[in-house]
Design a protein around this ligand. Structure first.
Ligand SMILES: *Cc1c(COP(=O)(O)O)cnc(C)c1O
Length: 360
C-alpha cells in the first residue's frame, strides 16, 4: 500500500483487444504471449489471467515459470533461453516446462541428465541475429544427436529476427538461410516471428509466433503510427498528481543545476513522478504530459521523485489534479523517443515502487 499518488493502471480490455488483433492477423498459428521482465513491467501475475486465450506463455527465468505454475497456469511455458545450469533441470521437469537449447554446453548437460519423461525442445538457430543459437549448417547434426540421446516429445525450430520492420530485407535473408540449410525444415514445428514479424511479415508466422511488445500496446519500431493503424491500444497508463504549484518570476530557474530559466513569470506544477519511478531522466525539451485535456511540457531536469510541468496555458490547474505521463494521450513510444530509447525499455524500467492496478 502506498499513499503517494503515482499509479500505473493496466487496462485489461486494451490487452484483450490487442491479443484479438494478433489472433486475427495470425489465423491458425499458435501464440506464445511473452511475459518476460515481469510482463514488460506490467506484472506477470496481473497479465497472464487476462491473456488466457494464449496457447502458451514464454518467459526468461525459471522463477517466472514457477510463479505462473503456482498461480494456476496449466498452459505450455517456454523458457526463452532454456536453462542456465544443470540444477535447473530438476525444476524444468517438475514444472513441465518447454526449453530452448541454444548452445553446445546445454546439449552436453541435457544429454547427461536422467530424463523423467519426453521433453519439448526448441532448438535455437542463429540465422543472422548473432546472439544465441547454433549455426544453420549444424542444425541437422544437432537434431540427430539430440534425438539419439535425449527423451524428446517434440522438436521446434526457433529463430529470432534482427530487424522485422516493414521494409526490412533481413527477414527474408534469415529465412532463406534456414530453408537452405535444414533438411526438410517443415517436418518440424517452427517458431520464428516476434511482434514485428507478426505484424509485417506474414510468411514468417508458421506454427507458433512469440509476441511481446505489441500485446502491451507499443510499437516494435518505436513509431506509434506503425501500430495505431492496426487499432492496437496502449495497455498501461502511468499517472500521478500535482503536489505543489509554484509561481516563478522572470529570470528565475527551475530545479537542479538551474538548467531552465523562465523569461516571463510562469506558473509550474510539481508532479509526484521522478526517475526513481522509472521515468527517463534524459529527455529532450519537447516532452509532454497530459493534464485537463491539454498537452503541456516538462520543464527542467527530472528529479528522483518529482518533475516540473508548465502550467502557463492551464490557469485552472490546482493541487491534486491528475496528470498522465504516458497512456492513451501521451504515447509511451513518443516519451521513449524524447529519451532516445524504446517503449520496451521504459516499460521494463518502471520501478517496483509504482503500484500497478488492473482496470476493466
Ligand atoms: C522477447 C522475445 C520475443 C518477443 O519480442 P517482441 O519484440 O516484444 O515481440 C520473442 N522471441 C524471443 C526469443 C524473445 O527473447
Amino acid at each position: 500500500m502506498t499513499t503517494r499518488p503515482i499509479l500505473a493502471t493496466i487496462n485489461s480490455n486494451a490487452l484483450k483487444n490487442n491479443f484479438k488483433i494478433i489472433k486475427n492477423i495470425v489465423g491458425k498459428s499458435k501464440i506464445w504471449s511473452v511475459l518476460k521482465a515481469n510482463a514488460y513491467g506490467h506484472g506477470i501475475k496481473n497479465i497472464f489471467p487476462i491473456l488466457k486465450k494464449s496457447d502458451g506463455f514464454a518467459v526468461l527465468t525459471l522463477e517466472e515459470a514457477i510463479i505462473l505454475r503456482k498461480n494456476g497456469c496449466n498452459k505450455p511455458i517456454l523458457l526463452l533461453e532454456g536453462f542456465f545450469s544443470k540444477k535447473d533441470l530438476y525444476l524444468i521437469y517438475k514444472y513441465y516446462l518447454t526449453i530452448t537449447i541454444h548452445n553446445k554446453w546445454q546439449m552436453k548437460i541435457l544429454i547427461q541428465y536422467k530424463s523423467y519423461y519426453p521433453l519439448n525442445i526448441y532448438i535455437k538457430i542463429n540465422s543472422g541475429m548473432n546472439r544465441l543459437g547454433f549455426l544453420p549448417k549444424n542444425i541437422n547434426n544437432i537434431i540427430n544427436i539430440l534425438k539419439a540421446n535425449v527423451n524428446i516429445q517434440n522438436i521446434t525450430l526457433m529463430t529470432h529476427f534482427a530487424d522485422a520492420s516493414k521494409n526490412s530485407h533481413s527477414v527474408f535473408k534469415q529465412l532463406k538461410i534456414i530453408k537452405k540449410n535444414i533438411y526438410n525444415y517443415r517436418n518440424f514445428t517452427c517458431s520464428f516471428a516476434n511482434s514485428a514479424a507478426t505484424l509485417w511479415h506474414s510468411y514468417t508466422h508458421y506454427d507458433w509466433i512469440r509476441v511481446g511488445i505489441v500485446l502491451y500496446g507499443a510499437s516494435p519500431t518505436g513509431n506509434w503510427k506503425d501500430i495505431s493503424k492496426k487499432k492496437i491500444q496502449p495497455v498501461m497508463t502511468l499517472k500521478s498528481k500535482i503536489i505543489s504549484i509554484q509561481k516563478i518570476k522572470s529570470g528565475q530557474t527551475i530545479g537542479y543545476n538551474c538548467t531552465y530559466s523562465v523569461k516571463t513569470k510562469r506558473k509550474i506544477g510539481i508532479i509526484a513522478c521522478g526517475y526513481a519511478d522509472g521515468y527517463p531522466k534524459n529527455i529532450n525539451n519537447e516532452t509532454f504530459v497530459f493534464i485537463k485535456g491539454i498537452k503541456t511540457k516538462i520543464l527542467g531536469n527530472i528529479c528522483m521523485d518529482m518533475l516540473a510541468i508548465d502550467l502557463k496555458n492551464i490557469p485552472t490547474a490546482k493541487i491534486g489534479n491528475s496528470v498522465e505521463l504516458w497512456g492513451n494521450n501521451i504515447k509511451i513510444d513518443n516519451v521513449a523517443k524524447s529519451a532516445n530509447t524504446t517503449g520496451y525499455e521504459l516499460m521494463c524500467s518502471l520501478s517496483q515502487r509504482v503500484p500497478r492496478q488492473i482496470i476493466k
